[in-house]
Design a protein around this ligand. Structure first.
Ligand SMILES: Nc1ncnc2c1ncn2[C@@H]1O[C@H](COP(=O)(O)OP(=O)(O)OP(=O)(O)O)[C@@H](O)[C@H]1O
Length: 818
């Protein structure tokens, strides 16, 4: 059972095309399981050689791979076809449409990523539109007796913000708003009676679509195509009418303008495409956040789709990507767009995993599964209680006769027992296959290392025999399970069909209310058992990994010890060659503590922030120095705690480590997080004239919160303040400032200084804090010693003989190079 959300996001990875195969490129997407992928994984084929032998580890001078694990509702690897996607993604939408929900399917991605292939397909492999429509017509036929359906279609194109009718090749059409929402002026629906009619319409419309060749695709679609089926459903019995809409939207390519090498018209085209995609993304994000105001009016695309997004509309977004590194940026952007669209996560999935995943992935999965299992158990208990209550009041209140229900219960129990058992077999077998393959991979990896190490050729051969025997035994077992799998799968399918039939019978029965509850309970049992197997599977893999890691750790530490002794001996006897020295140094470098490891700390910080956000909506009260209570909002509290963090660590905890250039400039939250000052990594002597100082001041001290944290941290650094007592005093003074604005800081510093020099009055501090600081510092007061005068330089002293030096920020900031 999945949590119901109206937006479902799936990713489809397409295989390499001719161009990609010809280039020296690598695979940047590894599909890990049915719902997650690893973007930019480590390269398997990244070779370097040691003493003529190929090593398994890659060159350390290379850029670190992102290795981002991303989760979606579903991830389709290259071996899935349109039919699979239809079954899982759009067939349920057809049912929803006939139940009265508007539904929309979007395909999103860079040019050539496979959007049109997914949506329209080819003659031999029809796309989602055709398959979905055929299913829709089949279901309409089935329901003709009870309901009447009037079906009409429209096929629109939004090109450069102009709306054209693809069926009549006319336009541009105007959009206007009336009581029913946004209406396309002059649009007449074309009635259709069959899926074949519809296919004809699609072909006609496609022939009118705006296409231009780009570098990435010779038949690139440069417009958004919106195919909509409008259905009016009339209940033959009651005469009730209802109108619904199914929209299939093939969006234009989302690539960066530079990648299409567009100039003139093409550039305008690209800009317009990006504008509307951005508007669509914003609408989807806001809907996912449950916000009230949705900016539909930002583009014609979102205006037309107003009633096909949000509300009671079910939305499916298919993000198409290529697995080739040639499309690295576009793929990354598409995945980010898709994951932002999917802020509300569904949790429950059937996972049988592929091997070679990072350990954290398994740990995370196990935790997720366990949490989900707890939730299901709780829900199950609730249902059981409800059922018991219904049964108790059965005879009297609800007219249920427990005797009549008993045979139903036995029947349901029997069918479910068989489903659960078969499910255990199928998932269990798949788990076994995966685990065995994984073990093989680990063993092979280890054997490689052993081969490199062993000197005695005979021993090596003997061991190799043992190893190959072991591998072939694993292979035999693996094959046995693989062969078994189809048989159990078909048994499970049969059991599922019986279950479906049983559910239909229950629907017809007079006890359907109570029986449906019972069935929900049983469904949960199925899910729970599935969770249990998945959880066991993941724990098994995790243990295997831990065992292997321990073996590797022990071996590596012995190897390091031996190597070190050898190196020292060679050095002493002056037999150390430059080659050996270089290899030793490379190994040392590889084993150094890396920035990637530091990044995991940053992730923890993110998590902590998230946890804090979950907890404290209410304003907190802090005691001010005068004993008065002061209300402050969460931001304030955050500021204080984080500044302390900065104080203790003396590092730039607010800096992003990696991908700032990839950040979406439209994402406010990101901007807040990562806004940083420019030109701060240089030490300069600033000219002492006032305007130049002012510039220095604006460059150094901006109003952004993180910068002020840093500023405060800098102010309190050992360079500036000697002695912990002084540091503490100044820190306390600064913390009293509710906002660390430039002026606020000047004032609080001035006040701190004044405290030590009583000849300055409060008024004097308030009126001219800068001059006061300058004067005080020029006088080199007893308590705040020389280093603090640097502070005056930073803040912009006007005093003649005050040294004017900006703090060297390079020491404490890591500024991203663009
Ligand atoms: N899953 C897939 N399997 C096999 N071939 C595919 C797949 N997806 C796409 N292709 C092929 O890749 C090429 C480009 O695909 P397609 O035209 O669908 O891209 P697109 O995203 O619609 O591009 P544009 O936005 O430029 O129209 C086509 O030749 C198509 O046949």
């Amino acid at each position: 059972m999945t949590e119901q959300t109206n937006i479902k996001v799936v990713v489809r990875v397409r295989p390499y095309n001719q161009r990609e195969r010809e280039h020296n490129q690598r695979c940047i997407i590894k599909v890990m399981d049915a719902s997650s992928l690893l973007f930019d994984p480590d390269e398997d084929d990244d070779e370097f050689f040691f003493q003529g032998a190929k090593q398994q580890y890659r060159d350390i001078s290379k850029r670190t791979n992102k290795k981002l694990t991303m989760e979606f509702d579903r991830v389709y690897d290259t071996d899935h076809n349109n039919e699979n996607m239809f079954m899982e993604c759009t067939a349920p939408l057809v049912d929803a449409v006939l139940d009265g929900y508007n539904c929309s399917v979007f395909v999103y991605g860079a040019t050539g990523a496979g959007k049109t292939f997914t949506m329209l397909g080819s003659e031999n492999c029809p796309g989602l539109t055709f398959l979905t429509m055929r299913d829709l017509f089949d279901k309409i036929q089935e329901q003709q007796e009870t309901r009447k359906f009037d079906v009409g279609v429209s096929y629109l194109e939004v090109y450069n913000e102009q709306v054209m009718n693809l069926l009549t090749k006319s336009g541009p059409l105007k959009l206007r708003e009336d009581a029913n929402g946004v209406v396309v002026s002059g649009l007449v629906l074309t009635p259709i009676d069959s899926a074949e009619d519809l296919l004809r319409m699609l072909t006609l419309g496609n022939s009118h679509r705006t296409q231009h060749p780009t570098d990435a695709n010779s038949e690139s679609s440069r417009s958004h195509a919106i195919f909509q089926v409008h259905i009016r459903i009339t209940d033959r019995k009651t005469g009730n009418k209802r109108s619904v809409k199914l929209s299939m939207i093939d969006l234009a390519g989302s690539e960066r303008a530079s990648s299409t090498k567009g100039l003139g018209m093409r550039f305008k085209e690209g800009a317009s495409i990006n504008k509307s995609l951005l508007a669509l993304g914003n609408c989807i994000n806001k809907l996912a956040d449950g916000l009230k105001h949705i900016p539909y009016r930002d583009s014609n695309l979102t205006r037309i789709l107003k009633d096909s997004l949000g509300g009671n509309c079910r939305t499916l977004m298919v993000a198409n990507v290529s697995m080739s590194s040639l499309t690295y940026e576009d793929t990354y952007n598409t995945l980010k767009y898709a994951s932002r669209a999917k802020k509300i996560r569904t949790v429950l999935r059937q996972n049988v995993l592929k091997s070679n995943m990072p350990k954290e992935f398994y740990v995370k999965k196990v935790n997720e599964l366990m949490a989900e299992q707890d939730r299901l158990l709780l829900y199950n208990k609730g249902l059981e209680a409800k059922l018991a209550q219904l049964e108790r009041s059965g005879g009297s209140d609800n007219g249920y006769d427990p005797q009549e229900l008993k045979p139903w219960y036995s029947k349901i129990d029997a069918v479910y027992a068989s489903v659960i058992k078969l499910q255990q077999c199928v998932i269990g077998i798949r788990s076994k296959v995966q685990s065995l393959s994984y073990r093989q991979t680990l063993k092979k990896d280890f054997e490689q290392l052993r081969k490199m190490l062993t000197l005695d050729q005979r021993l090596l051969q003997d061991d190799y025999m043992l190893f190959t025997n072991y591998l072939s035994a694993l292979n035999v077992r693996n094959q046995k399970y693989t062969d078994e799998l189809p048989r159990w799968r078909s048994k499970l399918e049969v059991a599922c069909i019986s279950l479906k039939k049983l559910k239909l019978e229950v629907k017809e029965s007079k006890h359907q209310h109570i029986l449906n509850l019972y069935i929900s309970n049983k469904d949960l049992e199925v899910q729970l058992s599935k969770q249990q197997i998945n959880s066991n599977h993941l724990t098994g893999i995790n243990n295997e990994q831990a065992e292997n890691a321990s073996l590797l750790r022990k071996s590596l530490s012995m190897a390091c010890e031996g190597l070190h002794q050898l190196y020292s001996r060679l050095e002493e006897t002056q037999k150390l060659t430059p080659e050996i020295q270089s290899v030793y140094e490379r190994l040392e470098r590889r084993m150094r503590f890396t920035e990637a490891e530091t990044a995991t700390l940053t992730q923890d910080t993110d998590l902590d922030t998230l946890l804090a956000e979950q907890h404290e909506p209410e304003p907190l009260t802090l005691a001010s120095s005068s004993g008065r209570k002061r209300k402050c909002d969460r931001r304030y509290t955050h500021t204080v705690s984080n500044s302390e963090f900065v104080l203790h660590l003396g590092v730039d905890s607010f800096e992003d480590t990696d991908s700032d250039s990839d950040l979406d400039p439209t994402d406010d939250s990101q901007q807040q997080m990562f806004k940083k000052p420019c030109n701060l990594n240089v030490t300069q002597v600033v000219p002492s004239n006032k305007s130049a100082q002012h510039k220095a001041l604006t460059a150094t001290v901006t109003k952004s919160r993180p910068i002020n944290h840093r500023m405060m941290s800098d102010m309190l650094s050992d360079q500036n303040v000697a002695g912990s007592a002084n540091k503490e005093k100044l820190k306390q003074a600064m913390l009293k400032s509710s906002k660390f604005t430039t002026q606020g800081l000047q004032r609080t510093c001035a006040a701190a200084i004044q405290k030590e020099n009583l000849k300055y009055t409060t008024n004097c501090v308030r009126k001219s804090p800068r001059a006061l600081i300058a004067k005080t510092l020029a006088g080199a007061t007893a308590t705040m010693r020389k280093p603090i005068s640097r502070l005056a330089g930073t803040i912009g002293s006007g005093a003649k003989d005050a040294p004017v030096v900006r703090i060297n920020r390079a020491a404490s900031f890591r500024v991203k190079k663009s």
